[in-house]
Ligand binder design. Sequence first.
Ligand SMILES: Nc1ncnc2c1ncn2[C@@H]1O[C@H](COP(=O)(O)OP(=O)(O)O)[C@@H](O)[C@H]1O
Ligand SMILES: [Mg+2]
Length: 326
Amino acid sequence: MKITLLTYLEKEDADEYDVVVDQVAEALKGAGHKPSILGVHGDVNKLVSGLRRRKPDLVFNLMEMFGKNIRGDVAVAGLLELLGVSFTGGGPGELYLRQDKGLAKKVLAFEKILYPDFAVFSQDDMETGGNLRMPLFVKPLRTDASIGISGAKSLVRNGAAMMKQVLSIHENLKDSALAEEYIEGREFYVGVLGNGTAKAFPPIEMDFSGLPEGAPHVLDSKAKWAENSAEFKGTKSVMASVSDEVRARLQEVSLSAYRALRVRDYGRVDLRLTETGDIYVIEVNANCYLERTGEFAVAAEAAGIPYESLVNQIAELAIERHKQAT
Ligand SMILES: Nc1ncnc2c1ncn2[C@@H]1O[C@H](COP(=O)(O)OP(=O)(O)O)[C@@H](O)[C@H]1O
Ligand SMILES: [Mg+2]
């Protein structure tokens, strides 16, 4: 197949893109496909003409934002849908459903999946579902990648600290804020692959034991991105060492959440396990990061699916899904 890898560029004329792009391209090439790379920052015409020229059989969608819009992945998927090309991962509706963490929780509620209780503060409105217990964790409603999350500031113990964080999210990210109950406990990530008969990988655990004494055990933006910070150095993901029973329950909850939120092809579910044994879904990531050493690919490997096979299975799942829909 002719496969176009669609990726985000920091600037329209940038010649560097995320490391994951070459890894995916290599894996596809290894299976006999013809990959090409289309990098776009925020130029719609370039995106459309690039695809028209290449006429790919499949777009491998690695586009996580568009221009300066960190939530632009939804619209990009919409454009791909209008162009009639088959592409990996979620369509616009599916991606929106997981991007809006408040809406996603309401869907999980119907499936009786546990999630932290919450309140949404939009810029001009406030929606609470009932009484919330302090401490709360305040984060952006739709912005991901731990942007706007700081262990010290997001974890709040009173109304004043909560409002300060809410207003900071309104102002700095132009996003609504989500205040949810803080779930104390171990943090796990479960990768899921497939449509219809999806398969859950063995859980990965985030090990917070290297964080400074007293620091909240959360994966904030420093822990994710600031390589020289104590937060980054103090956190690492490891294969989870849990009982068979806990592993099975983590996988079962993850599959239910994946299905409930209509994730397509592949995704990763973030969970927390409390001391009393309850499993909460923190969020569901559609089109999760596919980097070779990332949580999803490492878990796939542990499930007996090497990287090259993982990438090619995602491509095949997308093609198969598209065939069935048309
Ligand atoms: N309700 C919560 N209770 C405890 N920790 C949380 C909660 N919400 C988020 N976190 C922490 O913040 C991190 C990032 O939050 P998440 O909702 O996964 O956002 P992102 O989309 O930015 O990854 C999580 O991995 C977890 O460590
Ligand atoms: Mg997350």
